[in-house]
Write a protein that binds this ligand. Structure first.
Ligand code: COA
Ligand code: MG
Length: 291
């Protein structure tokens, strides 16, 4: 599976930004046809997305498109789906029917474009109270669903609450989405940090969401990508320590002992398992980055 650490939104209407996306460090470039595009410019945005998707994919980046939910979704897909587009961000999902509807549309246009049926992945956006309550059902409504994301702005708007800098008002939804996603084997992703000049605030938020189980985050500005990639990549020190943990555990096990100590800390089955996961995650990132 493609890496999903950093996902950069690019308004499909902004040609200079589409051109910049070719050299960005985003794991996934998300061409936006939804809320960054005024309705009057929708047709042109579709055309630009269709033209730039192959150029961005050709530079080795994974390309997704954020379509509109509801009525406009079909025409969005009809306009942009091609072999260069690996996935769709589906906004404002309120329940499993929304996912099933887009699944049918995708099936139709995958056939026309000679794309393997079922190959186009979905990132399901939860952005309303209703959507949050039905998150588990939505995430299991299609095998295409590979990730779940929380839309901060629309969600707090739906609840009629104010946003704060530290974001405690998002805790409940963030926790719920992380648990719902991990429970069904999809990747939880956080929505973007909109105050893009506030580097410290963004870093504090990354620490907070990592502790909730998030494995990636959307960005709105290329300057946010480096910190996001770093946050979701094990450091060499972490990998080195994990190797020592696994080594100590394997040695103990070979001698018929269960728990052992390393640097004064207990190493038992779950600690060794966590270390193995970290090593695997680092190796997967290494493989993808070199691909
Ligand atoms: N993708 C690609 N390039 C981007 C970019 C993005 N999301 N955001 C900024 N850039 C480019 C700018 O075009 C500029 O390029 P230049 O130096 O060649 O002129 C450079 O990065 C520096 O940008 P900067 O001047 O700091 O910001 P800005 O005022 O041009 O743009 C925003 C700020 C918020 C308008 C812009 O980042 C943006 O539109 N982000 C995405 C918004 C979006 O998709 N929203 C919907 C999802 S929530
Ligand atoms: Mg939204």
């Amino acid at each position: 599976m493609d890496l999903h650490r950093s996902l950069l939104f690019v308004p499909a209407i902004r040609e200079n930004m589409l051109e910049k996306a070719v050299s960005s460090e985003a794991d996934i470039v998300v061409l936006d046809l939804e809320d960054s595009v005024p309705q009057a410019e929708k047709a042109q945005a579709r055309e630009l997305a269709r033209r730039h998707a192959p150029l961005i994919a050709g530079s080795g980046r994974t390309v997704h498109v954020r379509v509109n939910s509801g009525e406009q979704a079909r025409e969005d897909v009809a306009a942009v789906l091609c072999t260069a587009v690996s996935g769709l961000s589906l906004p404002k999902v309120e329940g499993p029917q929304d996912v099933r509807d887009i699944d049918i549309v995708l099936r139709e246009f995958e056939l026309r474009q000679a794309i393997k049926p079922g190959q186009t992945e979905l990132v399901v956006w939860i952005e309303t109270a209703r959507g949050l309550q039905r998150a588990s059902e939505s995430l299991t409504a299609s095998t295409r669903v590979k990730a779940a994301a929380l839309g901060h702005e629309d969600y707090t708007n739906d609840l009629g609450i104010q946003r704060t800098a530290e974001g405690a008002e998002l805790d409940f939804a963030r926790n719920l989405i992380a648990v719902a996603a991990i429970a069904v084997g999809v990747t939880p992703l956080d929505g973007p940090y909109s105050d893009f000049r506030d580097v410290e605030g963004a870093r504090a938020e990354l620490e907070r969401i990592k502790q909730m189980g998030y494995k990636g985050k959307f960005c709105i500005h290329p300057a946010q990508l480096a910190d996001v990639n770093a946050a979701f990549t094990p450091t060499p020190t972490e990998v080195e320590y994990a190797r020592r943990v696994v080594g100590a555990y394997d040695e103990a096990e070979a001698q018929g002992r269960g728990a052992v100590q390393l640097d004064g800390k207990m190493i038992d089955v779950p600690v060794a398992r966590r270390a193995r996961r970290l090593i695997e995650a680092a190796a997967a990132i290494e493989r993808r980055s070199n691909a």
